[in-house]
Design a protein around this ligand. Structure first.
Ligand code: GTP
Ligand code: MG
Length: 334
């Protein structure tokens, strides 16, 4: 076996050079950063010895031991999910220190690109009403209901405030759900008054606020949040549909800034072919992904997401409730 090193200003250029000189099926033994240059060490085998670079499609493994396969997988995922060249380059840069022959954990490099807040439900504060925001029909009401159920299962006291006075069907569903959970439910103008009193008292109760769907380009119906936001502190979470259009990323980004969104919750991951909108949004805004809603059914829990689960989902293996999944532990029997 012969070892050759190739040096280039960036990882991509170094890899291109390796591919150009030695073809696709070559074993990269190591990558290092030396004097702001990337140095790749390539192992060349003599004779007919085949070099196998396994395809990672549909694999459940996050850990692989071939640097070139790891790079290919990242390139494939970015291509398939329309994540863009800038995201791909960033991810490859994060991956580069992990490219050794001792097992490459791609999920760790992905975790450096995106923030995840799996403990979001546990960290919700009583003093900051959580406002569920988002476009029309993205899953706000359903996610609020699931959040309420999970908080109840953690023995937290919860109140639901419905400010969506436009949608009578949403009102009916949320009200009946609150009844089943034994959670106080307030609607419309009454909800306003009671919420203000409840905030003043500073009790142990978590307050969840449902809102009507808004046009993200022109969220005029949320003027109340801006004016009340000067008096009270809210915790705005944005529901981002995984099947949403990538071209909306900038509108979502402006909305996040305007309303001080602290977390995003992904919805409809079960329906999405590509995850371009939520992932590019999470990457560009650095807002943590708190939870995922994965079903049209109220009886299916929210799940937390981490890099490893996301990677499984993006390579074709559906996300399943891992043993450490808080929501699976709690179970939602309502
Ligand atoms: N498949 C799937 N369906 C979902 C998911 N989340 C919500 N839904 C469905 O999407 C529809 C809309 O959900 P809602 O919770 O009413 O959405 P919303 O954002 O409150 O809608 P508006 O109040 O009208 O703006 C319902 O039929 C839900 O069952 C999800 O993660 N996956
Ligand atoms: Mg709703």
């Amino acid at each position: 076996m012969q070892k050759i090193t190739i040096t280039a200003p960036t990882l991509n250029e170094a890899i291109d050079e390796v591919k150009k000189r030695f073809g696709e099926d070559v074993v990269i033994e190591r990558t290092e950063e030396i004097n702001n240059q990337i140095r790749i060490t390539v192992a060349l085998f003599e004779g007919e010895e085949p070099i196998l670079v396994p395809s990672l499609r549909n694999t459940e493994k996050n850990s692989i031991d071939n640097p070139l396969s790891a790079i290919r997988l990242v390139e494939e995922i970015c291509h398939d999910h329309y994540l863009g060249d800038d995201f791909k380059d960033y991810w490859l840069k994060c991956l580069s220190p992990y490219l050794t022959l001792t097992g490459i954990n791609i999920a760790e490099s992905l975790a450096e690109c995106l923030n995840f807040e799996g403990q979001w439900i546990r960290k919700i504060l009583n003093l900051k009403p959580v406002v569920f925001l988002g476009s029309h029909g993205v899953g706000k009401t359903q996610i609020l209901a699931k959040t309420a159920a999970l908080l109840k299962a953690c023995d937290r006291s919860v109140e639901i405030y419905n400010f969506d006075t436009l949608k009578s069907s949403g009102q009916g569903m949320l009200q009946s759900y609150a009844q089943k959970l034994g959670v106080p439910y307030y609607f419309g103008q009454d909800a306003w008054k009671i919420l203000q009193e409840s905030i003043k008292v500073q009790n142990e109760t978590v307050k969840l606020i449902d809102t009507q769907g808004v046009d993200l380009k022109n969220p005029k119906d949320l003027g109340w949040l801006v004016s009340y936001g000067q008096k009270f502190v809210f915790d705005p979470v944005l529901i981002v549909p995984c099947d949403g259009c990538l071209s909306l990323t900038a509108d979502y980004g402006h909305f996040i800034k305007k309303f001080g969104v602290r977390h995003i919750i992904l919805s409809k991951m079960d329906l999405a072919g590509s995850l371009s909108l939520p992932l590019r949004l999470a990457w560009t805004t650095e807002i943590p992904i708190a939870m995922v809603n994965n079903s049209a059914s109220l009886s299916m829990n929210l799940q937390y997401l981490n890099a490893s689960k996301l990677l499984s989902s993006m390579t074709g293996t559906q996300i399943t409730g891992a043993e450490t999944d808080m929501t699976a532990e709690l179970g939602m029997k309502y």
